[in-house]
Write a protein that binds this ligand. Sequence first.
Ligand code: ATP
Ligand code: MG
Length: 347
Amino acid sequence: MLIALMPGDGIGPEVVAEARQVLEAVAGAGLRFEEAPVGAAGYRAEGHPLPPATLDLARRADAILFGAVGDPACDGLERALRPEQAILGLRKHLELFANLRPAKLYPELAAASALRPDIAAAIDLVIVRETNGDVYFGEKGLRTTPAGRRQGYDVMSYDEDEVTRIARVGFETARARRGRLCSVDKANVLETSQLWRDVVSALAADYPDVALSHMYVDNAAMQLVRDPGQFDVIVTGNLFGDILSDQASMCAGSIGMLPSATLDRAGKGLYEPIHGSAPDIAGQDKANPLATILSAAMMLRYSLGDPASADRIERAVAAALAAGHRTADLGGATGTRAMGEAVRAAL
Ligand code: ATP
Ligand code: MG
């Protein structure tokens, strides 16, 4: 298996280095690694945030471990050359349409949640968000109304194939977990959502082992805070998923803890922490590497067919926290390298 390493900018190289060593420790000889510059690092090395050789590596690899992109020094560049374009380009070129974000609270970190500890303790869910369609990619523009007022518009649309492919990821993710799928839409108001609901409901016949429910997005936002323990897997569109996944992540604790995966139709994926390049702490051995290490665990589970090693990594992270290791974002003084070492020692 070929793993593409794209450390990127800021703390990206520090956290990716720790995750790579964890992957080597659990899956060793079965993995080959190749590294390529991306983001500001790509721009400096090759004149583009997503250099052709980096995109080629992404295409050849079985999975991509991505750090973070972003560098204040690039703020003045034209949009197409900014570091953030790298991740958008990878999603588009590789058709990575399914973004999976687990939100789980480690009991040791209950104090870090935005919720009351007894409510937060029950969070263990995955949001499956569609990332190639919806209002972000529909027709958009600015026009003038007959009355002379400026009017902005963004068209929301999904065709049934787009809904089917993301819904299948939702059903399959639920099947591999606790078997419950909640589809979130706004079918009482939106035509797009009515189609979404019809398509998801029709697919349920293929997954008799999964219990399907539907919820309006406004209610889902409330329920995530009121009683997050009721959710196993949530599947939703690009806009609703964008909002709900940020909400769920803050319920579950520090930004330095949360991994993500973005998958294509064949199960190939890009794995990255949800945090950014954190230039304020870059190069100081302060970054929490756990989000990236947990992203590597997701890679083993979803792209490399090795869920047992994924479980091992997740248990080792819990053990390192139970042993008292805390990086600065979790209120401690453990360094990036020492945290990576603590996880490897616990494997
Ligand atoms: P982006 O636009 O790239 O998502 P951002 O502006 O949202 O970036 P981050 O880079 O995610 O910001 O950083 C937000 C804050 O969280 C910063 O203060 C940063 O130091 C902190 N932070 C982010 N990631 C980590 C981490 N892994 N460990 C510790 N602190 C972190
Ligand atoms: Mg951010």
